[in-house]
Design a binder for this molecule. Structure first.
Ligand code: FAD
Ligand code: NAI
Length: 462
């Protein structure tokens, strides 16, 4: 039976658009359905890219305001928030239009509208019915609501509203000490807000290596962010100019109140499956709403796949992209593969935090005998030269075989530095392999080499 398409991808985010392009490159006839009115998904439109634009410009502002003087530059910066927001919007629109061009170049058909699966081989967009051999669900995720603290995107905002605030709040309360809360909390603190982070658990960034997480919290506190750990928000009352949150200890206890001009709700994200028509083809979700797939990203219908934030796993753009490529290659008769053990995670604060592989806690839980090598940026000459001495590199390797199981970095440019460790791990490197690799001097990456040397207690510079 001839179908209109070999593949229809629902969702034009990093998973969907990258998968669509790769499938078209491999000779499949592909359409991508996107309802947002722009390609690029959460990541390009309201996530990775606008947040990184604001992190960069707010960092530059703070550097000019606080640190230029120390190095001999006299400047009196003042904030033009309108221009800063416009710069962010320009970056976003340039990139989303770029994806439309990539679609044209690769002959992927871009269909605007809400896609619903209406049959095993059918996707409907409004009244239009499209037949297809295969379907990839790449519908992504959206903000997890917090009962009693309804998002209005003005006083109580999600990350989307927090990227659009028209003035700097005097007091921003962030609910959730994870990726979004710490990145966007940092942006507004640098621009002048007092920032308080309320976190349910007794630590920030759960899942991160605990030693790194502890150091991260200390550095953020030094910058002025306040933390209320082990605290839950039980309700919110709004008036025209402020929000009063009621909180209580997570383990139970006396209620307190916390007044803010703006509240950011960032307690995680939930998969988007509403209105997708899963019922029409007998597909269901797990108890947290994720679509279940096998190791080839197939749902219980073998021609319907799911990738990215809508399935279980880290909610990261690059993870979604890898899955998109792997499914495209599988559909083209190749052997699509994702190495889930080597997916880096980066928090783009200053300093940055980057990690790949297992944490020390995970190695303990897995009963693995391991060695640790650590090296501080304080002892790294490039770090000293550029005034970036906070943080360290931590390498975890097998006690016997020396295979690298994880690298965790807190420090300037950690998100870039981590990639030599990803490549090393992808090739099954030992700490010795990294230690024997010549690193240019003076670079921050030399801290990785020294940490790898430190695994066998033979670092040179500390
Ligand atoms: P999405 O990007 O969510 O795309 C799904 C698309 O599907 C959306 O455009 C949606 O409109 C569309 N869609 C949904 N349902 C339908 C339907 N029925 N019909 C048609 N279209 C539909 N990750 C990183 O790796 N690095 C970062 O720095 C980073 N920063 C972030 C900052 C913020 C503030 C946020 C919120 C997220 C950030 N993320 C980051 C996470 C990243 O954005 C996601 O992991 C990534 O976008 C997931 O890609 P996806 O393709 O699975 O889904
Ligand atoms: P998150 O999962 O990173 O952090 C949520 C935090 O909220 C956790 O620390 C959790 O313990 C806490 N929490 C949960 N319920 C709570 C409650 N009721 N009260 C107080 N705290 C509560 O989620 P976040 O920050 O919303 O980001 C969503 C996802 O988006 C991330 O997990 C990440 O995958 C992705 N992202 C990635 C970025 C990057 O790669 N740099 C940047 C931003 C987002």
């Amino acid at each position: 039976m001839a179908f209109d398409y070999d593949l229809v991808v629902i969702g034009g985010g990093p998973g969907g658009y990258v998968g669509a392009i790769r499938a078209a490159q491999l000779g499949l006839k592909v359409a991508c359905v996107e309802k947002r009115g722009a390609l690029g998904g959460t990541c390009l439109n309201v996530g990775c890219i606008p947040s990184k634009a604001m992190l960069e410009t707010s960092h530059k502002f703070e550097e000019a305001k606080l640190h230029f003087k120390d190095v001999g530059i006299d400047a009196k910066p003042s904030l033009n928030l309108k221009q800063m927001l416009k710069n962010k919007d320009d970056v976003v629109s340039g990139l989303t239009q770029g994806i439309e061009l990539l679609f044209k170049k690769n002959k992927v058909e871009y269909i605007k509208g809400h896609g619903e699966i209406t049959g095993d081989n059918e996707v409907s967009v409004g009244k239009k019915k499209i037949s297809t051999a295969n379907i990839v669900i790449a519908t992504g995720s959206s903000v997890m609501p917090l009962p009693g603290v309804e998002v209005d995107e003005e006083r109580i905002v999600s990350s989307t509203g927090a990227l659009e605030l028209k003035e700097v709040p005097k007091h921003l309360v962030v609910i959730g000490g994870g990726y979004i809360g710490l990145e966007l909390g940092s942006v507004w603190r640098r621009l002048g807000a007092k920032v308080t982070v309320v976190e349910f658990l007794d630590r920030i960034t759960p899942g991160m290596d605990a030693e790194v997480s502890k150091q991260f919290q200390k550095l953020l506190e030094k910058q002025g962010i306040e933390f209320k750990l082990g605290t839950k928000v039980t309700g919110a009352k709004k008036n025209k100019t402020s929000v009063t949150l009621t909180t209580e200890p997570a383990k139970g206890g006396d209620e307190e109140s916390l007044k803010a001009d703006v509240v950011l709700v960032s307690i995680g994200r939930k998969p988007n499956t509403e209105g997708l028509g899963l019922d029409n083809v007998g597909l269901s979700t797990d108890d947290r709403g994720f679509i279940s797939v096998n190791d080839k990203w197939q749902t219980s219908k073998s021609n319907i796949y799911a990738i990215g934030d809508v399935i279980v796993g880290p909610m990261l753009a690059h993870k979604a992209e890898e899955e998109g490529v792997a499914v495209a290659e599988t559909l083209a008769g190749q052997h699509g593969h994702v190495n889930y053990g080597v997916i880096p995670g980066v928090v783009y604060t200053h300093p940055e935090v980057a990690s790949v592989g297992r944490t020390e806690e995970q190695l303990k839980d897995d009963g693995v005998a391991y060695k640790v090598g650590k090296f501080s940026f304080m002892a790294n000459s490039r770090g000293r030269a550029i005034g970036e001495t906070d943080g360290f590199v931590k390498v975890l390797a097998d006690k016997e075989t020396d295979e690298v199981y994880g690298v965790h970095i807190i420090g300037a440019d950690a998100g870039t530095i981590i990639h030599e460790c990803c490549v090393a791990m992808e090739f099954g490197a030992s700490a010795e392999d990294i230690a024997r690799t010549c690193h240019a001097h003076p670079t921050l990456n030399e801290a990785v080499k020294e940490a790898a040397l430190a695994v066998d207690k033979r670092q040179i510079h500390s």
